[in-house]
Design a protein around this ligand. Structure first.
Ligand code: HMG
Ligand code: MG
Length: 290
């Protein structure tokens, strides 16, 4: 009998490197994407076409997306906040777009300088552009558990924003524990509500791992039938507008955990170790430019 499969979305090159203190050289980022592709990752969020004033670490988005390795079966995606970012990402060769909303009004303001409702309106032209180019769009919902400014967020608010993202045409919604404080009980409560409105096949989970609960939280999501998980090689990560956000759960830990549970991730752990080694060098600044 064949093993059930799980898809891992590698977000280290974006969510990880956006948060590094030093600016990482573009060729190092491109090398990391290459090693991740070699390891068998098929969905890699390569960079973010956001304002360089807001996130200087992603200012080389054009260079990275244009020169990132292309492989059959590999989808390189770009995080975009608006039409300007979407147009630039598509011109640079992005194969998927990711828009990002929040279940917390304060975080929406801090991260994107607009209300939740305004962010959804900003995404409409992004969806239209993506449709013209035949690209899939994923939608993130930040603060699906806690907001760094507002504290606990009600599951209903998460479902509401998730449904709006699906309503404007996102094929997948990634519910995100932005500051990594989720417990399995709270993930269970949140997903019980969200899956009332959205089928598990359209959901992904994005866990940061501040409390060391991310793998247990993934187990809860698996029980809901969710089969798409975000992670960052080497546990890179954080959000510059979410104080206290630690790294994303490490890709190598997720692969080991899912393999133990009997899932096929399609990832070669030996090759993933090479990507991890580079990620850790970048994290400590050894591979970055001055
Ligand atoms: P704003 O300042 O309100 O934007 O920022 P604006 O529309 O008023 O434009 C001001 C200037 O920004 C203009 O330039 C625009 O051209 C430029 P100027 O005329 O002053 O020279 N601009 C852009 N430049 C490049 N690319 C663009 C772009 N858009 C406008 N796309 C904006 C609003 C949304 C742009 C800004 O707030 C922003 O870029 N925010 C991004 C913040 C961010 O990247 N946060 C981290 C990623 S989200 C995350 O990590 C959470 C996640 O991992 C899930 C989770 O864990 O929760 C996804
Ligand atoms: Mg994140």
């Amino acid at each position: 009998m064949s093993q059930p499969s799980v898809t891992i979305v590698e977000v280290g090159c974006r969510d990880g490197l956006q948060n590094e203190k030093t600016i990482i050289a573009s060729d190092r980022k491109i090398a990391l994407i290459g090693l991740l592709a070699d390891a068998g990752l098929t969905r890699i969020e390569a960079t973010a076409f956001v304002s360089p004033k807001w996130v200087p670490q992603m200012a080389d988005h054009d260079e990275v997306m244009r020169n990132a390795p292309r492989r059959p079966g590999l989808v390189l995606s770009a995080l975009v906040p608006n039409e300007e970012g979407a147009a630039a990402a598509i011109a640079a060769g992005a194969q998927e777009l990711a828009v990002f909303a929040s279940a917390s009004e304060t975080f929406a303001q801090k991260n994107t300088n607009c209300t939740i409702a305004q962010s959804i309106e900003r995404f409409r032209p992004v969806m239209a552009l993506a449709a013209v180019h035949g690209l899939p769009v994923r939608g993130y919902v930040s603060c699906a558990i806690d907001c760094p400014y507002e504290g606990a967020i009600e599951p209903e608010a998460v479902r509401n924003v998730s449904e709006r993202l699906i309503g404007i045409g996102c094929g997948e919604v990634a519910v995100a524990d932005t500051i990594g404080r989720a417990s399995p009980e709270r993930v269970d409560r949140m997903l019980a509500d969200v899956t009332r409105g959205i089928a598990a096949s359209h959901l992904a989970c994005h866990f940061h791992d501040t409390s060391g609960q991310a793998l247990a939280n993934i187990d809860v999501a698996l029980a809901f039938g969710i089969r798409i998980f975000d992670s960052a090689v080497g546990g890179l990560g954080g959000c510059p507008y979410a104080p206290g956000a630690a790294g994303n759960v490490a890709t190598e830990a997720v692969v080991a955990h899912l393999t133990r549970l009997g899932y096929d991730t399609g990832i070669d752990t030996g090759k993933l170790a090479h990507a991890r080694a580079l990620a850790l060098r970048l994290k400590t600044g050894a591979g970055s430019c001055d």
